[in-house]
Design a binder for this molecule. Sequence first.
Ligand code: NAD
Length: 266
Amino acid sequence: MKIATVLRNDDFSREVCRMLREKLHARPDNLYRFVDSRNDRPDLVVSIGGDGTLLEAVHQYGFEPTYVGIHTGHLGFYADWRPEELDEFISALEQPHPFIAEYPTVQCRIHTSDGQTHHKWALNELVIRNASLSTLVACVYINGEEFETFRGDGLIVSSPSGSTAYNKAVNGAIVHPSIEAIQLSEIASINNQAYRTINSSLVLPKHHEVELIVMNPEIMIGLDREQAVWSRVRSITCRVGGDKVKFARYKRLPFWGRVRNSFIKD
Ligand code: NAD
């Protein structure tokens, strides 16, 4: 089995990684080989850090490998293992057919006024905000039909697994990852006599498409951890991605248990 690791940049994560490598190398069967690049096509990517590290790993290695997370800070949403469970984790790796949870993504096409289309995706969410502190103005179309004009701080299009992240902080719904859907949520919309939005999160099924026609000359676009200022964005279309991210669940931790552990009680 080819294993790659992605670490948070701290001493403890580096130490956990060193111990993992040492323990796997010490095995007599030579079953595991560590690799460092996407070209080496790892079977398993182990993220050691927090949810942000896992997001980084997924963007670095793409849809081919399976992912598993060891959390070295407070309990993460994506990571299943604690550093003190390393021996148990190594035994679990021997399971020939672990349960694989497949999480849908958000597929985005960013159209700029020079006619270019930029293909992007997110495991958690796409976020758009105005590049300055003034209001973001965007016309929202659903499946080609005009829906509303949004004015406010920003819009989030989240995946089901991303629904517990930024989306949750703006009171979006939590969506089980077996539901192939995207969710459009508002960040501080202006609602008064002059301007009106639906002011609720919308959950769109697979094959539905939301298009955000951007009126601001410059906007900030966030895709999971990555964020950048974009000029002359004409529109952004989002739908459920064709590819899913695969997580190896060597131990049983159902989604709702994960939600409870993260937000109510560990
Ligand atoms: P970060 O260090 O700012 O951490 C944000 C928090 O979000 C962390 O506690 C992390 O554990 C948690 N998180 C990330 N993905 C999650 C998920 N799917 N479900 C539940 N919690 C999750 O940033 P980071 O670690 O680089 O993570 C990037 C993510 O931060 C973005 O994808 C976005 O969802 C989230 N974020 C949240 C807010 C907010 O809640 N107001 C604001 C900005 C970004």
